[in-house]
Design a protein around this ligand. Structure first.
Ligand code: SF4
Ligand code: SF4
Length: 508
């Protein structure tokens, strides 16, 4: 299947022995000139790149107080060293969070601290050389910005922010990552990561309407660009065609149908994902967020609901109001924005959805908490809502649910291995190895509790699981969308009854 070895799944996690430099070769393709320039970055490495990199570092330290604090406050206690899935799966010591941070910190110390300028070796300070830049490119693209390490750091140092800063510095000197920067360009010009134009999107949604009506006998709508709708749904573009994502989209449509609300998607803002976050670029994150605002204004909606996408929810929940607010033209009676899980959960609480759970009886489910939802956002109005609400929805739609071990869920959840802009085939070895801790936890419930499927609410997690599950001996279809479970079990109140069916058959 590949020219690397898939790590073994052990019964209990073991901290691996160090294998220095084993992942130094792992680097994503560099973005071409046109993709760099389209985002306002130099096309290739600039001549005075060392000077420019330090200037950018200063700019970011000035802009983000947190970055300055993180660079100064690590006491090398070691609490984070075994918390990164990429270290656990690859054994490369530079994938220990503290070592990853030090790649940037050593340069900061060398040029911007007294001790680093005069006693560099004493404080681990290093010159910014081409070798250091190569290490940056390699190891800052082996961080999925999942923030697991920050949960265990006594100082709350967030390696994700350091990785974002390092990627932004690299973009600024002309060394961007192909996968992210190409995608940001497409979303900024066409409206979605796939570069799917309006006619293709309209055609896809029409096809889904026909499929669902054939399946249920109910004319469930998938509206596009419907002015005056109450709700704008912004969802990851993978929901339009990929499995199991599209089954989730069918679930949202059925929920909206059952709720009796008018809703629409937008061809102008047909993407929830915001890869601007992965490269740490405030400007790119903002330009993508402004498309959503414009779509909401142009369509005259009252509410914005986000579909199942982990990092999109982080950007929406944590930054949307800052990036593109104020959203004072929306209905103040609803959260801005709202997650589709919050929307569905609210209906469940009000007893407005009826489920036939037996439709999902062929599965025993577990739930994968996606990093950006778990550690960088929230749902509902209670602490921990981001953990409880998706589980409550699964339990409402399914009879059989078992959680994975406590040290691999909730706030301590392990990344799927493909987050943070790493979901590209040129990083397949990293993705497979980084998935090991999640796969180990999954294996436990498969063997001990007969779990057959894992549900998720993140487009990246779903795509990553589809790819990596088979490397570990599981089926690629083990991964399901949470709203796919909703879709299967939801009883549509205007569905033709069995009696009607037999009448029709008899008449025919
Ligand atoms: S943020 Fe996640 S991927 Fe990055 S170093 Fe920390 S644990 Fe590893
Ligand atoms: S846990 Fe925090 S303080 Fe300790 S080594 Fe890691 S980053 Fe540094």
């Amino acid at each position: 299947m590949a020219d690397f070895e898939t790590p073994e799944l052990r019964e209990y996690p073991i901290i691996p022995k160090l294998k220095e430099g084993v992942m130094a070769h792992s680097k994503p393709y560099v973005a071409k000139v046109q993709f760099q320039e389209a985002l306002g970055f130099p096309g290739e490495l600039v001549d005075n790149w060392e000077e420019k990199a330090l200037e950018k570092l200063d700019d970011l330290r000035g802009r983000y107080r947190s970055l300055q604090v993180y660079l100064d406050s690590c006491v090398k206690c070691g609490a984070c060293t075994d918390k990164c899935h990429y270290y656990l799966g690859t054994s490369d010591p530079k994938n220990m969070p503290v070592a990853r941070q030090d790649l940037l910190r050593q340069v900061y110390r060398r040029y911007r601290t007294f001790a680093g300028k005069y006693f560099p070796r004493l404080v681990g300070a290093k010159d910014l050389t081409r070798d250091v830049l190569d290490d940056w490119y390699s190891y800052f693209h082996q961080c999925s910005q999942c923030r697991r390490c920050s949960v265990f750091c006594p100082y709350g140092i967030d390696t994700a922010e350091i990785s974002m800063a390092a990627r932004e510095i690299m973009d600024t000197i002309g060394v961007g990552q192909k996968y992210c920067n190409e995608i940001i360009g497409k979303a900024a010009t066409i409206g979605n990561n796939l570069g799917l134009p309006e006619p293709a999107l309209a055609d896809t949604l029409e096809g889904l309407e026909e499929e669902v009506e054939e399946d249920t006998g109910v004319p469930v709508k998938f509206p596009l660009d419907q002015k005056g709708s109450e709700i704008l749904l912004v969802t990851p573009s993978a929901d339009f065609f990929a499995e199991p994502h599209v089954d989730g989209l069918i679930g949202y449509a059925k929920v909206f149908h059952e709720a009796g609300v008018s809703w629409t998607m937008s061809s102008y803002a047909s993407e929830a994902a915001n890869f601007g976050m992965f490269i740490g670029s405030y400007e790119n994150m903002r330009s993508l967020s402004l498309r959503i605002r414009k779509a909401a204004e142009d369509l005259g909606v009252k509410r914005i609901v986000f579909g199942e996408c982990g990092h999109a929810w982080r950007v929406a929940y944590s930054f949307l109001n800052t990036l593109a607010g104020p959203f004072d033209f929306l209905d103040p009676n609803y959260p801005v924005p709202q997650h589709i899980c919050e929307f569905t959960y609210d209906l469940i609480q009000k007893d407005k959805l009826k489920f036939d759970k037996s439709e999902n009886d062929h599965m025993t489910l577990t739930f994968h908490d996606s990093c950006n939802v778990a550690r960088a956002s929230r749902m509902g109005d209670k602490a921990g809502g981001q953990f409880d609400i998706p589980r409550a929805i699964i339990r409402a739609a399914c009879n059989n649910f078992v959680d994975m071990p406590a040290d691999a869920i909730g706030e301590a959840t392990f990344c799927c291995g493909g987050g943070g802009g790493l979901l590209t085939d040129d990083l397949m070895e990293l993705r497979v190895k980084g998935a090991q801790p999640r796969m180990e936890a999954y294996k436990r419930v498969v063997e001990d509790n007969g779990v057959t499927n894992v549900a998720a609410i993140c487009a990246i997690c779903k795509s990553q699981f589809t790819k990596v599950l088979p490397y570990y001996g599981f089926g690629m279809t083990d991964i399901v969308s949470v709203h796919q479970l909703v879709s299967e079990a939801l009883v549509l109140s205007d569905a033709p009854s069995d009696d009607n069916d037999s009448d029709t058959e008899a008449e025919a």
